[in-house]
Design a protein around this ligand. Structure first.
Ligand code: 5GP
Ligand code: MG
Ligand code: MG
Length: 178
C-alpha cells in the first residue's frame, strides 16, 4: 500500500481493510452474545460512522434496528470546541436497549454532550461501541463498552473518516505523516 494525499496533507497506511473487517466481526460477535435475548436500537453517528455502521450491522444476528444522527465538533485537524446537532434522533428510546456506534472517540467531548440527551429518554440500557479510541486524549469522561482499536494521538483518515470533507472513500485507515 502507498501513501495518499488528502487536500494538502500526506497520509500513510495504518490499519488495513482486513484488520478492520476482522475486528468489526469480533465486535459484532460480542454484541450478538451480550444481547442474544434482546432487541437493540443502534444509533450511528454520522458522517464518520457510516462505513463502520454498515459493515458492523451486516454481522448482527440479534433483533436490531438502526437510526442515524448527525453531530459535528471537528473542523480540519482539530476539534472546533462546540458540538452541534445537524440531524436529530427520530426514535423513541424509552425502555429500549440502545447501542451507540461511533467511528472514533478523541477528547470524548462529542459523546459526553450527546449521551445525556439519550439518557433523558430513559432507555433500558445504553452502551457505546467505537471503532477507534485515542485513549491518551481523553478530556471528557465517557464510558466506552466496546473498542475496536486504541490508537495514538495522530490524525487518521479513510474508512469513513475525513479530513475537511475528503478521504472517507478509502477501505483502509491512514495516518497523518508529520
Ligand atoms: P471528540 O468529541 O471525542 O473529541 O471527537 C470525536 C469526533 O472527532 C469524531 O467523531 C471525529 O469526527 C472527529 N475526530 C477525532 N479524531 C479524528 C481523527 O484522527 N481523524 C478524523 N478524521 N476525525 C477525527
Ligand atoms: Mg464520529
Ligand atoms: Mg470529520
Amino acid at each position: 500500500m502507498e501513501t495518499i494525499q488528502v487536500h494538502d496533507k500526506v497520509f500513510k497506511p495504518y490499519i488495513t481493510e482486513n484488520q478492520i473487517q476482522q475486528r468489526i466481526k469480533e465486535l459484532a460477535e460480542n454484541i450478538n452474545r451480550d444481547y442474544a435475548e434482546q432487541t437493540v436500537i443502534f444509533i450511528a453517528i454520522l458522517n464518520g460512522s457510516f462505513m463502520f455502521a454498515s459493515d458492523f450491522f451486516k454481522h448482527l444476528t440479534i433483533k436490531s434496528e438502526i437510526s442515524f444522527i448527525k453531530l459535528a465538533s471537528y473542523k480540519g485537524l482539530k476539534s472546533s470546541g462546540t458540538v452541534t446537532t445537524a440531524i436529530g434522533l427520530d426514535v423513541d428510546l424509552h425502555n429500549k436497549h440502545v447501542v451507540v456506534l461511533e467511528d472514533i472517540i478523541d477528547t470524548g467531548k462529542t459523546l459526553h454532550h450527546f449521551i445525556p440527551q439519550l439518557e433523558h429518554q430513559h432507555p433500558a440500557s445504553l452502551k457505546i461501541v467505537t471503532l477507534l479510541h485515542k485513549a491518551e486524549m481523553t478530556q471528557y469522561p465517557v464510558q466506552i463498552d466496546y473498542t475496536g482499536f486504541v490508537i495514538p494521538n495522530k490524525f487518521v483518515v479513510g474508512y469513513g473518516l475525513d479530513y475537511d470533507g475528503q478521504g472517507r472513500n478509502y477501505r483502509d485507515i491512514y495516518q497523518l505523516v508529520e
